[in-house]
Design a protein around this ligand. Structure first.
Ligand code: CP
Ligand code: NVA
Length: 334
C-alpha cells in the first residue's frame, strides 16, 4: 500500500488537494453542529463548499496515535493537531527532538522505522526540510510536514479555507497578494496556486523574493504567479492580502531583513488598494508594527483568528486524508 505523506502541496494532485479542502470545510461544519449552533450565513457557505465531495466517512481516529516531533517552537500547529486527534477519538504523543535518542545522534532513518512500529502517523516540525524527506523515505506510516525551512503546507489549507468561507465559493479565479519575505509559507502558497488556479502576486524586495527554481517550477505547472518589487503593485485590487513575520525561525541577519522589508509593511494605506471586500491574513505569530500595523491586524478586514481556528479543521482533513485506507482512496477517486 502506498503511503499518503503530506509533505508539500506540490506533491498533491489537484483532486487530492480539493478533497482535503472540502473535507476541512466539512469538519468545520460538523464541529459547529456538534457545539449546537452554526451562524446561518457561515453554515450556508460551508454547506456549499463541503457539499462538493460529500461527507467524509473516514474520520474516526479511535485507536490511532499521532506522534509529533518538534525541533522548533509552536503554538497553533502543536495544539490544533493535538485537539484534532482528540476530537476524532485518537491520541497524541508530543515529543521534543532532544527528548528522543535523535538528540544524541540516533539516525533519522532508524527513528522513523522504530516509530512506524508504534504509531499510525507522524508530524514533524523541522529545522531542515531534508530531515522530513529522510524521515518520510524510511517511515512505514504517513508523515506530515508541520513546517520546515522550505514550506508550511498545513498553514495554506487553513488560509485558503478562510478565504473560501468568506467568499462562499472556491478560490479559483481569485487573486491573493503575498507581501513581504518570500519564506516557507509563501512557497506553499506558490504550490497551491498551481493546484487551485488562483492568481498569486508576490510583493517583495528582490533579495527576499521567490527563488528562480520555485518560479521555474510554477511556470512549468502553469501557475499564475506575478512578482512585483512594490507592495502596492502586488495588492492592487487583490481579494486577499497576506503577510508573515520578517524574521522566520532559524533566519539570520534580522537587522538587514527588517531594513529591506520595511517598505513592505501592511498598513491601512496599502489595504486601501486591495479590492473593497479584501480580507487580511497572517499565519501568526505576528509582530505588530513590523510586518503589519495594529489597525490592520486588529481591524475589520482581518480574519487572522478565523484563520488560526481553521488550522484545527484543516488538521482533521489532512489526518483523514493520510489515514484513509488505500481502498477508500480508490473508491473516492472512482
Ligand atoms: N502558524 C503557525 O504555524 O503557528 P505556530 O508556529 O504557533 O505553530
Ligand atoms: N515563517 C514563519 C512561520 C511561523 C509559523 C517561520 O517559519 O518562523
Amino acid at each position: 500500500m502506498s503511503l499518503r505523506h503530506f509533505l508539500d502541496i506540490s506533491e498533491l494532485s489537484r483532486a487530492d488537494l480539493r478533497t482535503i479542502m472540502d473535507d476541512a470545510h466539512t469538519m468545520k461544519r460538523a464541529r459547529a453542529a456538534a457545539l449546537g449552533g452554526v451562524e446561518p450565513d457561515l453554515d450556508q457557505k460551508l454547506a456549499r463548499l463541503a457539499g462538493m465531495t460529500g461527507p467524509t466517512p473516514y474520520a474516526d481516529f479511535s485507536g490511532r496515535v499521532l506522534a509529533m516531533i518538534f525541533e522548533k517552537p509552536s503554538t497553533r500547529t502543536r495544539i490544533s493537531f493535538d485537539v484534532a486527534m482528540r476530537h476524532l477519538g485518537g491520541e497524541t504523543l508530543l515529543l521534543n527532538r532532544d527528548d528522543l535518542q535523535l538528540g544524541r545522534g540516533e539516525s533519522i532513518e532508524d527513528t522513523a522505522q522504530v516509530m512506524s512500529r508504534y504509531v499510525d502517523v507522524v508530524m514533524l516540525r523541522v529545522l531542515k526540510h531534508e530531515t522530513l524527506t529522510t524521515f518520510a523515505a524510511a517511515a512505514k506510516v504517513p508523515v506530515i510536514n508541520g513546517l520546515s525551512d522550505r514550506s508550511h503546507p498545513c498553514q495554506i489549507i487553513a488560509d485558503l479555507m478562510t478565504l473560501e468561507e468568506t467568499i462562499g465559493g472556491v478560490v479559483a479565479g481569485r487573486s491573493i497578494a503575498w507581501v513581504g519575505d518570500s519564506n516557507n509559507v509563501a512557497t506553499s502558497f506558490v504550490h497551491a496556486a498551481a493546484r487551485l488556479d488562483f492568481e498569486l502576486r508576490i510583493g517583495a524586495p528582490p533579495e527576499l523574493g521567490p527563488s528562480p527554481e520555485l518560479l521555474k517550477w510554477a511556470q512549468r505547472e502553469g501557475a499564475a504567479i506575478r512578482v512585483h518589487d512594490t507592495a502596492r503593485a502586488a495588492v492592487e485590487n487583490a481579494d486577499c492580502v497576506v503577510t508573515d513575520t520578517w524574521v522566520s525561525m532559524g533566519d539570520e541577519n534580522a537587522e538587514a531583513r527588517i531594513a529591506a522589508l520595511t517598505p513592505f509593511r501592511v498598513d491601512a494605506d496599502l489595504m486601501a488598494h486591495a479590492a473593497p471586500n479584501a480580507i487580511f491574513l497572517h499565519c501568526l505569530p505576528a509582530y505588530r508594527g513590523q510586518e503589519v500595523t495594529g489597525d490592520v491586524i486588529d481591524g475589520p478586514r482581518s480574519r487572522v483568528f478565523d484563520e488560526a481556528e481553521n488550522r484545527l479543521h484543516a488538521q482533521k482533513a489532512i489526518l483523514a486524508w493520510c489515514l484513509r485506507r488505500e481502498a477508500d482512496h480508490q473508491e473516492a477517486a472512482a
